[in-house]
Design a protein around this ligand. Structure first.
Ligand SMILES: Nc1nc2c(c(=O)[nH]1)N[C@H]1C(S)=C(S)[C@@H](COP(=O)(O)OP(=O)(O)OC[C@H]3O[C@@H](n4cnc5c(N)ncnc54)[C@H](O)[C@@H]3O)O[C@H]1N2
Ligand code: MOO
Length: 310
């Protein structure tokens, strides 16, 4: 199987790229690596609601010997602090807030008690914690210029969040490959048709469309044809000079009298890469290429067709 995979992959060329909006890029593949422009976070960030302090001031604080500090500023998220923390001072800070200069620890609100005397506010600190406690230093999550996403990665929820956080409103992605599907089989009915003796509805074309979509391609259901060699040949040659990037056929690749795709791959103008794979289901999976296009002859047997595609 690895050999067959390699034979096919050796023939593929990288697809063109396009630049699209962030929302449209969800589910697509990145055409370039993504690096941070600034460190993340780009300011010292508090991880708790509490008080920004100088560790030195509270190093010996305990429930029985709390340390009292004067509150000099309120720092909600999104505000740049204006006051520096000096000896005996503290600022009230929220989770996600910017830690003021001079502070080197944030004490959780639960370890403190606020008091007011006259028109001044103070806080009693009952626990010292450690130097640097509850502060995310600049660049802790990623340095400025660090590679955070690889070329070729699928843009899922996490990747979308990263792109948004880094300020990418337009994304360079690979174009979706157009994958043409031809279903062969005289027994095939359209999905909406009533059943007839000996006939079945074409389920492979829809199963393959779902697989193509999951793999990031654009399915084109180009036709459902009977086991008629000339029609199949004409359809494939037309597709080879169309804008389809890849051609898939289902059915007719085994040794039966009407297995027209097996004949096609023996006689066509392209090169056949393999016409059997040591796997089950999917043993008659066939592949060839013509100029720069791959054509896969997948089995008609639904489970073999599914596995052959994967
Ligand atoms: N004498 C031999 N007979 C078979 C061999 C063999 O080595 N010697 N291999 C068997 C294996 S394994 C498989 S797999 C199948 C492969 O057959 P084909 O890929 O040529 O497929 P068909 O004969 O056209 O159809 C097989 C089966 O699937 C149904 N089918 C076909 N198209 C569709 C469709 N679009 N949607 C749903 N179902 C479809 C078709 O009616 C048949 O029942 O060959 C074995 N035989
Ligand atoms: O090889 Mo067939 O593909 O067993 O079902």
């Amino acid at each position: 199987m690895e050999e067959a995979r390699r034979a096919a992959l050796n023939r593929v060329r990288p697809i063109e790229t396009e630049e699209i909006g962030l929302m449209e890029s969800i589910g697509r593949r990145l055409a370039e690596e993504v690096r941070t422009k600034e460190p993340i976070p780009h300011f010292r960030r508090s991880g708790m609601d509490g008080f920004a302090v100088r560790f030195e001031d509270v190093a010996h604080a305990s429930p029985s010997k709390p340390v009292e500090l004067e509150i000099i500023e309120q720092i909600p998220c999104g505000k740049e602090p204006v006051k520096q923390i000096t000896k005996g001072k503290a600022s009230r800070i929220m989770t996600g807030g910017m830690v003021p200069d001079g502070a080197d620890a944030v004490i959780m609100l639960e370890m403190t008690e606020e008091i007011t005397r006259g028109d001044r506010a103070y806080v009693n600190i009952r626990k010292a914690d450690t130097r640097g406690a509850n502060i995310t230093p600049i660049g802790e999550e990623a340095d400025g210029g660090a590679k955070v996403l690889e070329k070729g990665q699928v843009i899922g929820a996490g990747q979308t969040a990263i792109l948004a956080a880094l300020g990418y409103s337009r994304i360079k992605v690979f174009r979706k490959p157009k994958v043409a599907v031809i279903s062969t089989g005289t027994e095939l009915l359209q999905v909406a048709e009533p059943l007839l003796m000996g006939k079945i509805r074409n389920s492979n074309a829809y199963m393959l469309s779902a697989q193509i979509l999951s793999a990031g391609g654009e399915p084109l259901l180009v036709g459902q044809i009977p086991d008629d060699y000339t029609r199949a040949e004409r359809m494939i040659y037309e597709l080879l000079s169309s804008d389809a990037d890849l051609i898939l056929t289902t059915g007719g690749v085994s040794v039966g009298d009407y297995d027209i795709m097996a004949d096609f791959f023996m006689k066509w103008g392209g090169a056949t890469l393999f016409n059997k794979i040591a796997m089950r289901p999917g043993s008659p999976t066939t592949a060839g290429f013509w100029r720069d296009k791959l054509v896969f002859g997948l089995s008609g047997n639904p489970s073999a067709c599914f596995v052959g595609f994967e």
